[in-house]
Design a protein around this ligand. Structure first.
Ligand SMILES: *[C@@H]1O[C@H](CO)[C@@H](O)[C@H](O)[C@H]1NC(C)=O
Ligand SMILES: [Cu+2]
Length: 223
């Protein structure tokens, strides 16, 4: 019996360890597209990425998009990502956009990433809570003024329950249409824009409970 309950316990542990969440599908105007149709598929199962690494751009195995389709999306549309299961670690969610030099499928994400959406923590009653917790979809608007062209759209959840922070990342390939003329505003490069020493990346969220949090990646650009 002892042996049996031990193996049940370790099976349960394995289950948790192998059940990390992944952003698998692009959402366009309310439609959840097929997993990995427009999202580059990573090659590290559901393991997180740790900084510093070029894998912070589009996850491990995500530097090329030759096996991924590019979704045509009008500027101003509501886009987003769906996960294969709900987020269960604490931390912020952030989305960025980066203009491809030509085709999104050929772009490695080595250029500038501009933040267009974020889900920061909430401070109330002496507590710090994380609205990303338990969510399995995130949607947000592409700026109406965004210039036509091909882009990578990147989402991440930064898990802060232990140090070093863990990054859960996906990149989708989009072709933006419309008559906008704004190129994405100021942004960061990856991984250099995410130094391990950043106060939003290396932080003790438990004790003392923080009363503020610095979101990585600078301000949100709204077009
Ligand atoms: C997420 O779900 C857990 C378990 O049900 C719960 O304890 C926690 O408060 C939830 N988090 C949020 C932000 O709703
Ligand atoms: Cu975990």
């Amino acid at each position: 019996m002892k042996l049996l309950s031990l193996s049940v316990a370790s099976a349960a542990l394995l289950q948790v360890a192998s059940a990390h969440y992944r952003f698998t599908s692009l959402i366009v105007n309310g439609q959840v597209t097929s997993p990995y149709q427009y999202v580059r598929q990573n090659t590290n199962m559901n393991s997180p990425v740790y900084p510093p690494s070029n894998d912070l751009r589009c996850n491990t195995g995500g530097a090329s998009g030759s096996n991924t389709q590019t979704a045509t999306v009008a500027a101003g549309s509501t886009v987003g990502f769906a996960l294969d299961q709900a987020i269960f670690h604490i931390g912020p969610t952030i989305a960025y956009i980066s203009k491809a030099p030509s085709l999104a499928a050929n772009y490695d994400g080595s250029g500038t990433w501009t933040k267009i959406y974020q889900v920061p923590p909430v401070f109330s009653g002496g507590q710090m809570t994380w609205p990303s917790d338990n969510k399995s979809q995130f949607t947000f608007k592409l700026p109406q003024s965004l210039a036509p062209g091909e882009y990578l759209l990147r989402i991440e959840h930064i898990a802060l329950h232990g140090m070093p922070a863990q990054f859960y990342i996906s990149c989708a390939q989009i072709k933006v249409t419309g008559s906008g003329s704004s190129l994405p505003g100021a942004g960061i490069s990856l991984p250099s824009g995410y130094p391990v020493s950043h106060p939003g990346i290396t932080i003790n969220v438990y004790y003392p409970i923080p009363t503020s949090y610095t979101m990585p990646g600078g301000p949100v650009w709204s077009g």
